[in-house]
Ligand binder design. Structure first.
Ligand SMILES: C[S@@+](CC[C@H](N)C(=O)[O-])C[C@H]1O[C@@H](n2cnc3c(N)ncnc32)[C@H](O)[C@@H]1O
Length: 285
């Protein structure tokens, strides 16, 4: 069974097969059903298709040091910037506010709905698409994939298709930057957390629970207690090795120019670095 087919949304602590989710979550199931076959193959994590969870995304993922890093990468405005898996568009908004021309791509209508409301949202081109299926005649100075969005790509074919999209849309002088968590780090211990969020005067309890790590794939749950309902989403992330990623970049016509290990730009160290931050360029102009 495809790993993504294993993903479930469950309400009030009871796992439901996908067909049953339709009854409690019409938004989610209608998105699944109306997509063409090519998009179904690259379905986003269902967590991000949920309208309620998209609304609170910026509360548990506010502006952060990784976004400072990505923002600093752009040269003098206006640069052409492509953000694959842009989510709620915090970074797109910050680039656009600096005068850059920004395209934000995400397969989730719910995340894009929140993104469009950002202050500079009207200046940004928003595209509903997976990274693998994005197509445009535009070429970009900077192509990014942030917030570990790269790790939602579970299959080799999705990774290769995404790198092909990056290569095809890169200017000869352009740069591709994305990060993946270092698989040598013990992510299992320390993965769980609990937090309290306040949204429009209501308290929401959120907790993350590690389930399994097998063959470089982690499965975990996010639990939410809203005032009117409980919701649990199950997600899966791929923890690729440095060599796996580098081989696929090279096979896609990209070469790694630099590999950093954290957001303070320290060079990558296999044992201690939390992140693998790849900065790549076209192998041939
Ligand atoms: C953890 S969020 C990161 C969002 C944003 N980049 C950030 O830094 O906050 C992961 C995002 O990847 C998107 N996503 C899921 N599958 C994707 C795919 N195949 N291609 C591009 N984005 C995808 C989700 O919809 C979600 O918005």
């Amino acid at each position: 069974m495809d790993v993504r087919a294993k993903q479930r949304l469950c309400y009030r602590g009871i796992f439901l097969p996908l067909a049953c989710v339709a009854a409690v979550s019409p938004h989610v199931i209608s998105i699944v059903m109306c997509l063409p076959a090519t998009e179904l193959l690259s379905m986003p994590d269902k967590h991000y298709l949920n309208w309620k969870l998209a609304e609170i995304y910026d509360l548990d993922s506010p502006w952060s040091i990784d976004r400072d890093f990505y923002l600093s990468l752009a040269g003098a405005p206006p640069q052409r910037i492509l953000d694959l898996g842009c989510g709620t568009g915090l970074l797109c908004d910050a680039y656009a506010a600096k005068g850059h021309h920004v395209t934000g791509v995400d397969p989730s209508p719910a995340m894009l709905k929140v993104a469009r409301r950002k202050p500079a949202g009207k200046k940004i081109e928003w595209v509903e698409s997976s990274a693998q299926n994005y197509q445009s005649n535009d070429l970009f100075d900077l192509i990014i994939m942030t917030g570990h969005a790269f790790q939602v790509l579970l299959d080799d074919t999705d990774i290769l298709a995404t790198f092909a999209v990056m290569r095809r849309h890169l200017k000869s002088t352009g740069c591709v930057v994305f990060e993946s968590r270092n698989p040598s780090v013990d992510w299992e211990n320390g993965w769980n957390y609990e937090m309290i969020l306040e949204y429009q005067g209501e308290i929401i309890r959120e907790s993350r629970r590690f389930l399994t790590m097998e063959n470089g794939r982690m499965i975990f749950e996010l639990h939410y207690e809203f005032p009117d309902e409980s919701l649990v989403s199950t997600s899966e992330l791929r923890f690729s090795s440095r060599s796996d990623i580098e081989e696929r970049l090279v096979a896609s016509g990209l070469r790694v120019e630099n590999l950093l290990g954290n957001w303070n730009c320290v060079p990558f160290d296999e044992v201690s670095s939390p992140e693998m931050i790849f900065l790549a360029r076209a192998s041939t102009p």
